[in-house]
Design a binder for this molecule. Structure first.
Ligand code: GDG
Length: 497
C-alpha cells in the first residue's frame, strides 16, 4: 500500500472539472463520465495530485488560478496540462477518438489511421510526461488512466523519472486479429511495457493484451496465474492484471434512499402511471448500442402487443464528443427512431412509448430514474465495464427490479449469473428478454438483484483502488490477492458462450 510520504499522482486526459469562460473569469463545474465518478472520491479520501488537460485551449494565468481554486475546493491538488487547438484536434479527436476508441471497441471500419494523428499523440504524451516528471518524486506512485495516455511511462523514462508508474485501461483491449490493423501496433505495445503495472477491466482484455504481446520480436515469458501475473518482455519486467472498476456503492445506496430522491421517483411513477418503466442511460456514443436498443423496444411492442400501454422506455442520452461528425449523425438516427416509434404507437392524450431526454441529468434526477425503473436496459455493443449497470443495482434499494445486460459489457463478467444477459445485436432476443423481465416473478427478481448488489458492495471502488495499488507494490505476487474461494479470479468471470 502507498505509505504516507508516497503521494498518489493520478494522470488522465481531462481534469475532473470543466472550465468554461464566464464573465470576468472561469466557471468551474464537475466533469462527468465513468473515470471521474470513480476517482474523485478516492483522491478526496487519500489526497494527492490530479494531472490533466483543463478542457480548453485558452490557457493563461486566470485559468491557472481557476484550476488551483478548483483543487483547493476538491480537497486535492490539480495540475493543468496546456494543449493548443491543433493538439486537441489531432491527439484527442484524432488519435484517441478516431483510432483507439473505435479499434479497441472492435469497430475497425470507423478508424481513420491518419499518420499526423500518431505524431500528435506522441507529442502530447510527452507534454503530459513533462508535467508529471516535474511533480513526481522517485518515491511517488503515478497512476495513468486510459487510452489517451499509453505512451506516458515511455516518455517518463526518457526524461529520467524513476517514479513507479501504473496504467489502467478503462476500455476493452481487442484481440490480436483486430489490434493488428493498427499501423503503430508494435511501438504502442512496447511503450506500455515501460509501466510497472498494466491493468485491465476483465480477464478477457488481459488475455487479449498478452496474446498481442506475442506479436513483438521480444521474448515474452508470463509467470504466475491468478489476477496478476509477471511478464518478462525482453529487458523489461512488469505486472499485468485485471481489476474490474466499480462504484462507491454505499454512497449511491444512501443517496438513493433520501426523501428527495424517493419523492422524485414517486413523481415519475405518477407521471407515467400503471406501467413498468424501462430505463436506458448512456453517453451519446455508437458503442452504447442505442439505436439497436430502440429497435428491440419497437420489436417488443410489435410482437408482444399485450405490453403496449404497460411499458414505457425512458431513454436518457447524455451529450458527448459533440464536435465529432459521427456523433451528430448518431443523434439524428436516435431521434428519428424515437419519433418513428412514438408516431406509430402513441395514444393521443395518454401513453407515450418512449420518453426521450437529450441532456445531462441532475444528480437527484439520475438517482430517481435509477430508483424508479423496473427494468434497466444496459445493452452496449462493447463496453470496458459500464458503471450505469452497477449504479442501477446500488440504487435499487427495494431489490425488486431486473437488469438486462449486454454480454459485451465488462460488467457481464461479474454480474452475468444474475443479470439477464443479451446479445445487443439480436433485436428479437432483446425483445424476448424484455418480455421475460416484465413477467419475472417478485421472488426471482429479488434473488437476482440481491446477488448482484452483494457482489458490487463487496467489490466496490475502494476495493478496486486497493487491489490495483497492492498489485503495483506487493513484494510477493504469490500471496496476492487471496482468491477468496472463487477459483482463479477474485470477481469470477462469467463466460456466456
Ligand atoms: C468509460 C468506459 C467504464 C451518466 N449520465 C449522467 C451521469 N452519468 C454518469 C453515470 C456513470 C458515468 O456517467 C458513465 O459511465 P459508464 O461506465 O457507463 O461509461 P463511460 O463514460 O463510457 O466510461 C466504461 C468507465 O469508463 C469506467 O472505467 O465503465 O466502460 O467506456 O457514472 O452515472 N451523471 C450525471 N448526469 C447524467 O445525466 N450527473
Amino acid at each position: 500500500m502507498i505509505r504516507p510520504r508516497e503521494r498518489l499522482i493520478v494522470v488522465s486526459n481531462r481534469l475532473p472539472y470543466v472550465f468554461a469562460r464566464a464573465e470576468g473569469g472561469w466557471r468551474t463545474s464537475p466533469g462527468s463520465g465513468g473515470l471521474v465518478s470513480a476517482l474523485v472520491p478516492v483522491l478526496r479520501n487519500r489526497g494527492g495530485t490530479w494531472v490533466g488537460w483543463p478542457g480548453t485551449a485558452h490557457v493563461g494565468p486566470d485559468l491557472e488560478e481557476a484550476v488551483r481554486a478548483a483543487g483547493a475546493e476538491a480537497g486535492f491538488a490539480l495540475k493543468g496540462v496546456a494543449l493548443d487547438e491543433t493538439d486537441v484536434e489531432r491527439f484527442y479527436h484524432g488519435f484517441s477518438n478516431e483510432v483507439i476508441w473505435p479499434l479497441f471497441h472492435d469497430l475497425q471500419s470507423r478508424c481513420n489511421f491518419d499518420p499526423a494523428y500518431w505524431q500528435a499523440y506522441k507529442r502530447v504524451n510527452q507534454t503530459f510526461a513533462r508535467v508529471v516528471a516535474a511533480e513526481a518524486e522517485a518515491r511517488d506512485f503515478v497512476w495513468v488512466h486510459d487510452y489517451h495516455l499509453m505512451n506516458v511511462a515511455h516518455e517518463l523514462r526518457a526524461l529520467g523519472s524513476r517514479a513507479r508508474a501504473g496504467f489502467f485501461l478503462h476500455i476493452p483491449f481487442p484481440p490480436p486479429d483486430i489490434y493488428l490493423a493498427l499501423p503503430w501496433r508494435q511501438v504502442l505495445l512496447q511503450a506500455l511495457l515501460h509501466f510497472d503495472l498494466v491493468g485491465f477491466q476483465t480477464a478477457r482484455d488481459r488475455r487479449n493484451f498478452l496474446q498481442c504481446l506475442r506479436l513483438l520480436p521480444e521474448e515474452i515469458e508470463v509467470q504466475g496465474k491468478g489476477n496478476v501475473v509477471t511478464v518478462a518482455a525482453g529487458a523489461r519486467t512488469l505486472r499485468v492484471g485485471h481489476f474490474p472498476i466499480s462504484i462507491d456503492y454505499n454512497h449511491y445506496m444512501r443517496q438513493a434512499a433520501t426523501a428527495q430522491v424517493a419523492a422524485r421517483a414517486a413523481e415519475l411513477h405518477k407521471l407515467l402511471p400503471r406501467r413498468k418503466l424501462i430505463l436506458g442511460i448512456d453517453r451519446l456514443d455508437y458503442t452504447k448500442g442505442i439505436p439497436q436498443r430502440l429497435l428491440a423496444f419497437r420489436n417488443t411492442l410489435e410482437r408482444y402487443p399485450e405490453l403496449r400501454e404497460r411499458i414505457s422506455l425512458i431513454q436518457v442520452v447524455v451529450p458527448s464528443r459533440v464536435d465529432i461528425r459521427d456523433y451528430g449523425e448518431l443523434r439524428t438516427r436516435i431521434e428519428h427512431l424515437v419519433g418513428a416509434i412514438n408516431g406509430a404507437y402513441v395514444q393521443p392524450g395518454g401513453w407515450v412509448p418512449v420518453w426521450y431526454v437529450y441532456g445531462s441529468l441532475t444528480r437527484t434526477d439520475l438517482l430517481a430514474y435509477y430508483r424508479a425503473a423496473d427494468i434497466a436496459l444496459v445493452t452496449p455493443l462493447k463496453d470496458g465495464m459500464n458503471l450505469v449497470a452497477k449504479e442501477y443495482c446500488a440504487c435499487s434499494i427495494e431489490e425488486d427490479c431486473v437488469l438486462i445486460l449486454s454480454e459485451f459489457a465488462g460488467a457481464a463478467a461479474q454480474l452475468g449469473r444474475s443479470a439477464l444477459l443479451v446479445n445487443p445485436h439480436d433485436i428479437e432476443g432483446v425483445a424476448d428478454t424484455i418480455h421475460r423481465a416484465f413477467h419475472m416473478d417478485r421472488a426471482e427478481r429479488q434473488a437476482r438483484m440481491r446477488r448482484m448488489r452483494r457482489s458490487i458492495r463487496e467489490y466496490d471502488i475502494f476495493w478496486w483502488v486497493d487491489a490495483f495499488l497492492k498489485a503495483a507494490i506487493a513484494k510477493d505476487l504469490a500471496a496476492f490477492p487471496a482468491p477468496a474461494g472463487e477459483g482463479e479470479s477474485l470477481v469470477p468471470d462469467y463466460v456466456p458462450i
